[in-house]
Design a protein. Structure first.
Length: 245
């Protein structure tokens, strides 16, 4: 019988909201890092947002960067220390709104870093404001009547944009809304990290996650809303498979 143990890198209790998907992703990343023996050779760049909570719970080397500058800082780390596993960990508002230029430029250059973006359809840490990933009709603190795509545009699909760049190593979108998808997400995390370790280039994994606190729903209703509204639009799976495996 398999015995599951807590990865050392997430052995400190986290402070994410109840029902949040960040904790699940933290564990999957930690598992893959430790499975590859890189727990002492990894630096995680934390974007501004709910990821800031990892300053207190991520039991490994990390650096807090300015809002939206995750990919730029992770790039600097990789240039200075090419032997280090350099990971940018961000939310959708940080990576796709404030830091869209940095995110796309790192991908366009095919920089050998790994980027994880938690997409919970809003600026969660700052009060639940509308993000470029907010769904049509979704109510937020800055779209109280529901997002109108005719005036604010439709939700952005950055992984699809990045997957269209010629040289990127790996792009995928996963979700934490079910046990099946969590298992699939572990495979995406593994591919993204190992692509960097094999010097294949840039990798991006977007992770769809519930945000019960800002959505104003319990976890059960949050999952149901994801299945009805989010997942049909943001389809999960591998968008760019690794060619260097």
């Amino acid at each position: 019988m398999a015995v599951l143990t807590t990865p050392k890198m997430v052995s400190i209790p986290n402070s994410f909201c109840a029902g949040c998907g960040h904790g699940l992703l933290n564990r999957l990343i930690a598992e893959v890092i430790e499975e590859n023996g890189y727990e002492d050779k990894t630096i995680v760049t934390l974007g501004v947002g709910c990821s800031c909570n990892m300053n207190h719970s991520w039991n490994g080397d990390k650096i807090q960067t300015a809002h939206g500058r995750g990919a730029s800082t992770a790039t600097g780390i990789k240039v200075a220390r090419p032997d280090i596993l350099s990971i940018a960990y961000q939310g959708d508002g940080d990576a796709y709104v404030i830091g869209l230029a940095e995110t796309l430029n790192a991908a366009y250059r095919n920089t050998n870093i790994t980027v994880f973006v938690v997409n919970n359809n809003n600026f969660a840490m700052t009060g639940g404001q509308m993000s470029w990933t907010t769904m049509p009709g979704q109510k937020t603190t800055t779209s109280e009547a529901g997002r109108d795509p005719q005036t604010t545009g439709f939700p952005i699909k950055v992984p699809e944009i990045v997957a269209g760049f010629d040289q990127v190593a790996y792009v995928a979108r996963g979700s934490v809304h079910s046990a099946k998808e969590i298992n699939n997400l572990k495979k995406y995390v593994k591919n993204a990290i190992e692509a960097q370790l094999q010097n294949e280039g840039y990798s991006l994994v977007e992770v769809l996650a519930p945000c019960p606190t800002n959505w104003g729903m319990n976890l059960e209703k949050s999952i149901a809303w994801m299945e009805k509204e989010v997942l049909p639009y943001y389809q999960v799976g591998e968008l760019r498979e690794r060619t260097g495996k």
